[in-house]
Write a protein that binds this ligand. Sequence first.
Ligand SMILES: C[S@@+](CC[C@H](N)C(=O)[O-])C[C@H]1O[C@@H](n2cnc3c(N)ncnc32)[C@H](O)[C@@H]1O
Ligand SMILES: [Zn+2]
Length: 287
Amino acid sequence: MKLSKKMQNVKVMENNERLFSCPICSSEMMLEDQVRFVCTNGHSFDLAKSGYVNLAPQAHTTKYDKTLFEARTAVMSSGFFEPIIHKLVEQVIQQIGHVDNPVILDAGCGEGTHLSMMHAQLPGEAVGIGIDLAKEGIVTASKMYPGFIWSVADLAAMPFRDEQIDVILNVLSPANFAEFTRLLKPGGAVVKVVPESGYLKELREVFYEGKPQKEESDPVGRFAEHFDSVQSERVTYTFELPEGLLSPLIHMTPLAWGAGVEKIEEALRMGIREITIDLRVIWGIRR
Ligand SMILES: C[S@@+](CC[C@H](N)C(=O)[O-])C[C@H]1O[C@@H](n2cnc3c(N)ncnc32)[C@H](O)[C@@H]1O
Ligand SMILES: [Zn+2]
């Protein structure tokens, strides 16, 4: 009999309970009766209905809400990110192609589409873990993509034991390199994606009228302070927006948070049809 979506998630957690550590006291955790994680000091965390677990040390409200994640799913499922996913898969296979049943963790996975798309293209039986502090993202991911470990958690203090992960993905999300290093197995890799100057430039031009936006300076240099054999590649292309995708595109990005309603309406009226994707993929090995 085919397992329910929830049970597909629960099974992966059960088979991999050795990976987890308590977010309060860092001790080992066990999945009890397939309904809750309990640590050796008695801290207990119930699984949610859709089969994810909230292991954030405290409740967080973030600006990443349900509407944003629905918009992100619509855009990400349209092929918008395909060349990036292709590059990520290529890199991950290069890093862990020799490992049986590798463990891949997406730190700041949002609504999980990238992890799910990549996982489908990896050979063998990789274990996929997606964590995000925004509960709405994890709720969506756990319902849409069964067969993964989905957890609400802080990427700066992840509820997993040391040296258990083969690859950490970190796509357009903040990073914590010390925490990534703690979690990676020796020889494990990080694959990170950061925006370049042209990313969604058609929206920036309307929202901010060409005023420069604050951007992280030298992300590759900062990455190289923490990892070995660092390489990066800029991936730039134009994507033709299918009918009906402009509104989700505008609403999927934090770019819209700083723009007024009028600017958002103006962008919608303009009927932008082509959008620039300009990202850098950076990868390196644990020191
Ligand atoms: C721009 S979104 C990217 C989401 C996804 N990686 C994607 O590319 O669609 C940034 C994500 O980082 C998450 N995030 C920010 N700070 C975080 C933290 N400390 N721990 C976990 N996730 C965090 C946000 O909740 C959000 O989902
Ligand atoms: Zn505990």
